[in-house]
Design a protein around this ligand. Structure first.
Ligand SMILES: NC(=O)c1ccc[n+]([C@@H]2O[C@H](COP(=O)([O-])OP(=O)(O)OC[C@H]3O[C@@H](n4cnc5c(N)ncnc54)[C@H](OP(=O)(O)O)[C@@H]3O)[C@@H](O)[C@H]2O)c1
Length: 304
């Protein structure tokens, strides 16, 4: 056990679900917070509220702050840009500012969505150029942290997979919900490529890098690259429903009403810096998806 004090914001979400057990089993004192206090291991903290941020920072005095809190729904961010900037940029500023004041370490989770997707893949040194509100609000957070927090880590994730049927707000659970509803045909976009990122590997890797003391910014995604269709195809196979479900390839225009936020054509990241410091422990996305699918397989069988 490491005798350090850890504060986590936004811990009730997809990533928090995997990060909390990793941190709990490595550090002596952990306080996990979220705006939505749905379980008894979470304390209330709204990162937009400067007073609340200041209060918890001075009462708990963390050595390390994992800042996960964010609005992650791209369409909500487009509809309510002010709320997106309030949470994703100003909320980050609040937590980063108090962390710097107390000379602690700040960990910020960023996204492949800060790139415009014009290139096939992006390494840690490529220049961001976000094309939607979510990406802009997250990139502004990155800039603030880099400029103002002496001891910081920034980890950029790709297409996040994690949290299971209850917490996963993203692609895998959207596919799963259609399968569970009994849909036999599922339409999947085939014109977007990216790097799946398993929350379990992402959490373990953050800890691994932090223990090394190599501060800085890192792309941190699973190995291998794929399209959304490849992910859906692998997922139905892992669930063993490939003979019952027909996946139909479409381009993004098919969903343009529902998913109206602009999305980069490529969100593929390369973990160049992690490799350089010999810390790239992220597994292949298919191995991770196979492992992650178990929780859905169980849920599906319980239904039957
Ligand atoms: N999901 C992805 O594909 C993805 C990809 C790259 C990077 N990231 C980044 O990874 C981090 C973790 O996201 P996640 O994937 O775990 O998403 P998530 O499931 O949406 O978790 C974020 C958590 O933050 C909470 N939150 C929202 N506003 C808050 C506020 N004002 N104060 C405190 N907490 C607040 C959310 O609560 P509500 O659910 O009530 O809003 C949610 O529990 C975020 O910084 C995100 O930008 C995510």
């Amino acid at each position: 056990m490491i005798d350090k004090r850890i504060l986590i914001t936004g811990c009730g979400g997809m990533l928090g679900d995997a990060l909390f057990p990793v941190i709990k089993s490595n550090f002596a004192h952990v306080v996990a917070t979220d705006i939505d206090v749905s379980t008894n291991w979470l304390e209330k903290l709204d990162v937009r509220d400067t007073t609340q941020c200041q209060k918890i920072m001075s009462s708990f005095s963390p050595d390390i702050v994992f800042h996960l809190a964010a609005l992650t729904d791209l369409e909500s961010c487009e509809k309510k840009p002010q709320e997106a900037y309030n949470t994703n940029t100003l909320g980050t500023k609040n937590m980063a500012m108090f962390t710097e004041k107390s000379k602690s370490t700040f960990i910020y989770i960023s996204t492949a969505g800060i790139f415009d997707g014009q290139k096939e893949f992006y390494n840690d040194f490529d220049k961001p150029n976000p094309i939607n509100i979510y990406g802009k609000s997250k990139y502004n957070g990155e800039i603030f942290v880099q400029k103002n927090v002496s001891k910081h880590y920034i980890f950029r994730a790709g297409w996040m997979m994690g949290g299971g049927p209850q917490k996963d707000k993203k692609f895998i659970n959207k596919i799963y919900k259609q399968i569970k509803r009994g849909q036999k045909e599922i339409f999947i976009v085939d014109d977007k490529i990216g790097s799946p990122t398993y929350t379990v590997d992402f959490s373990k890797s953050m800890l691994n890098v932090i223990k090394s003391g190599h501060f800085g910014l890192y792309n941190q995604v699973c190995k291998g690259n794929c399209s959304r269709f490849d992910v859906a195809n692998a997922f139905v196979k892992f669930l063993n429903v490939q003979d019952e479900i027909k996946l139909i390839k479409v381009n993004s225009d098919y969903f343009k009403k529902e998913y109206f936020s602009p999305r980069p054509n490529s969100e593929r990241l390369i973990n160049l810096k992690l490799r350089q410091i010999k810390k790239d422990i992220m597994r292949d996305w298919q191995d991770c998806l196979e492992e992650y699918s178990d929780v859905y397989k169980k849920d599906l069988n319980e239904k039957i």
